[in-house]
Design a protein around this ligand. Structure first.
Ligand code: PEP
Ligand code: MN
Length: 484
C-alpha cells in the first residue's frame, strides 16, 4: 500500500480524545525496548500495579504550586543529579553527597536571587536512558547498548533486557527516596549548620571563602528568613522532590493511579486553577480525582520522544504531575506551542517546564525565537524556563571519551540568562548533571582539567557530570546575575 503523508493532528483534536493510562499503547512509540519474554514482562507490570505509590498527590500538587511561583518569577528551580542513576548508587554516601551538593547550591542561589529555591533531584528513579544506537562498542566488542539499569546492566554479561529490572527499579527508587526522606527529617538540611555540609572535595580557596561567607552570615539574616518564609521548626529541613525522564511507559503506567485531588489548604492555594484538563474526565462525574504518576513528583519528556502524535506525549497529557519537555535545536517552533496546547490545554501556570538544551554555539540563534513564540502567545508567564546547559554540549575526545567543556556549559547558561533578560522573560531554573563526588568528567573549570585528567576519576556510565566545584561555580554564576 502506498505510504500516505500523515498530517499531525491539531492539539485541540488530541486533547478532546478520551484518555486513560494505557491509551499511549495505540500510538507509535520511540525508544521502546523489545522485551524478550512477554510473560515475564506481564508479571512484572502486574506486580508494579499492586505496589504502593512512591510519592503522594499532596506532594505532587505542592511541587506544582511551587513551580507556579517560579513561572511567575517568584522562585528558582534547581534540578540536578546523575545522567544515569545506577542501582549501585542506592547507598548512604552517594545519596547524602548529592543532597548536600543540592543544598549548598541552593544556599548560594537563595542568597543571590533573593527568591525561594525549589529543589528537584534527578534521583530515586532516573534509571532509563534513551540511546541513539541499538548497539555500542565496548573494548572492541559490539554489544547491545546499555539502556539504563531499569532494562539491562552495564556489565558485558548483562546486556540482555530483563523485565524483572522494572521491579528492581521500583525497589531501588523506594529505598533511595526513603533515605532522602529520613536524612532530611533527621537534620541533614538544618540551616543552622550550613558549614557542616562541608565542601568535601573543593580545595579552591576563593570558592571556599565565597561559600563560607554566605553560609556564616545566614543565621543573622532577617531577609533570608523572610524569603524562605520561615516559621519555627521550618529551618531544620527543606523540601527535595524527585524526578526522572518518563521514558519507559511500561513502568510509568502501572504506577499511574486515580487518586483524590488534595484539598489541604496549604497545598491547593486559593486561585489555583483545577489541576486537570477539562477534557480528561477519568471517572464520569467524578471531579474529585485525577491520575497521578506516583513514580516521582516530576517527570519529563526527553528530546528524542516529544513527537506530538506519539506515545509519550499521549501518556503525559493525562497525568496531573508537573512535567518537563526537553527543547533543543531539533524542536520546530510550531511544535513548541502545539505541545503546550496538547499537554496543558487549561494553561495551568507552572504545569510545564521547558528545559532548553541547544549548545553554547546555537543558543543565541535559537532561544530568542522560542521565547517569543511562547511569551507572545496565550502561554505568557505560564511556563518555567529552565536551562539545561549539558546536553547540547557533549563531545568525544580523540580517544573516544564522552566529555563536555566546562566553558561551553558556563557559556550556554550565561547566554541564556542574558537572552531571557533581553527578551523580558524569566530564566527560572537550571537542570544539571552533577555528582557530589570529585569526578573528572567535564573538561576545564577553575581546576583546569584537561584530557589527560579525565581518566583520574571518570565513573559515569552515561553522560559526563559536573563535580562539586564545577556545580558550585554555576550556582555562583546564576546568583551573581540576579544579585546585580
Ligand atoms: C538526559 O537528560 O539525560 C537526556 C538524555 O537529555 P536529552 O533528552 O535532552 O538528550
Ligand atoms: Mn544525560
Amino acid at each position: 500500500m502506498a505510504q500516505q503523508q500523515q498530517q499531525t493532528p491539531l492539539p485541540e483534536a488530541i486533547a478532546s480524545q478520551p484518555w486513560n493510562p494505557s491509551t499511549w499503547r495505540s500510538k507509535p512509540i520511540k525508544q521502546s525496548p523489545a522485551y524478550p519474554e512477554p510473560s515475564k514482562l506481564k508479571k512484572a507490570v502486574t506486580e508494579l500495579g499492586r505496589m504502593p505509590p512512591l510519592v503522594h498527590p499532596h506532594e505532587i500538587n505542592a511541587l506544582k504550586a511551587h513551580l507556579r511561583e517560579v513561572a511567575q518569577g517568584n522562585g528558582f528551580l534547581l534540578q540536578g543529579g546523575d545522567c544515569a542513576e545506577l542501582f549501585d548508587y542506592c547507598e548512604q554516601g552517594a545519596i547524602e553527597s548529592k543532597i548536600k551538593l543540592l543544598l549548598q547550591m541552593s544556599l548560594v542561589l537563595i542568597w543571590g536571587t533573593n527568591k525561594r529555591v525549589v529543589r528537584i533531584g534527578r534521583m530515586a528513579g532516573q534509571y532509563a536512558k534513551p540511546r541513539s544506537s541499538p548497539t555500542e562498542m565496548v573494548n572492541g566488542q559490539e554489544l547491545p547498548s546499555f539502556r539504563g539499569d531499569i532494562l539491562n546492566g552495564y556489565h558485558v554479561d548483562e546486556r540482555e533486557i530483563d523485565p524483572n529490572r522494572l521491579l528492581k527499579a521500583y525497589h531501588h527508587s523506594a529505598a533511595t527516596l526513603n533515605y532522602i526522606r529520613t536524612a532530611l527529617s533527621s537534620g541533614i538540611a538544618d540551616l543552622h549548620r550550613p558549614l557542616d555540609w562541608g565542601l568535601g572535595h573543593v580545595r579552591d580557596p576563593v570558592l571556599k571563602e565565597k561559600y563560607s561567607k554566605i553560609a556564616s552570615s545566614i543565621q543573622q539574616t532577617l531577609r533570608f528568613l523572610q524569603v524562605i518564609n520561615a516559621r519555627p521548626g521550618e529551618l531544620e529541613t527543606v523540601e527535595l522532590y524527585t524526578s526522572h525522564e518518563g521514558l519507559l511507559l511500561e513502568y510509568e503506567q502501572p504506577l499511574t493511579r486515580l487518586m483524590e485531588k488534595p484539598t489541604h489548604p496549604g497545598v491547593s492555594r486559593p486561585g489555583t486553577p483545577p489541576g486537570s484538563s477539562p477534557t480528561i474526565k477519568p471517572v464520569a462525574g467524578d471531579e474529585s480525582k485525577e491520575y497521578y504518576d506516583t513514580s516521582a513528583h516530576f517527570v519529563w519528556i526527553g528530546d528524542r520522544t516529544r513527537q506530538l502524535d506519539h506515545a509519550h506525549v499521549e501518556f503525559f497529557r493525562g497525568i496531573a504531575n508537573p512535567i518537563g519537555i526537553k527543547v533543543g535545536p531539533t524542536t520546530p517552533t510550531e511544535d513548541l506551542l502545539a505541545l503546550l496546547r496538547t499537554l496543558n490545554p487549561s494553561r495551568e501556570p507552572g504545569k510545564i517546564t521547558l528545559i532548553t538544551r541547544y549548545g553554547a554555539g546555537k543558543v543565541a540563534s535559537l532561544l530568542p525565537t522560542h521565547i517569543r513564540a511562547v511569551e507572545d502567545s496565550e502561554y505568557r508567564s505560564c511556563v518555567v524556563w529552565q536551562c539545561d546547559p549539558m546536553h547540547g554540549n557533549t563531545l568525544s575526545t580523540p580517544t573516544g571519551i564522552k566529555t563536555r567543556r566546562f566553558n561551553d556549559i558556563y557559556s550556554e547558561l550565561e547566554q541564556s540568562l542574558r537572552i531571557h533578560k533581553e527578551q523580558g522573560s524569566y530564566l527560572g531554573g537550571v537542570h544539571l548533571e552533577l555528582t557530589g563526588d570529585a569526578v573528572t568528567e567535564c573538561l576545564g573549570g577553575s581546576e583546569g582539567l584537561d584530557e589527560d585528567d579525565l581518566s583520574t576519576n571518570y565513573t559515569s556510565f552515561c553522560d559526563p557530570r559536573l563535580n562539586e566545584k564545577q556545580a558550585l561555580e554555576l550556582a555562583f554564576l546564576v546568583a551573581d546575575h540576579y544579585s546585580r
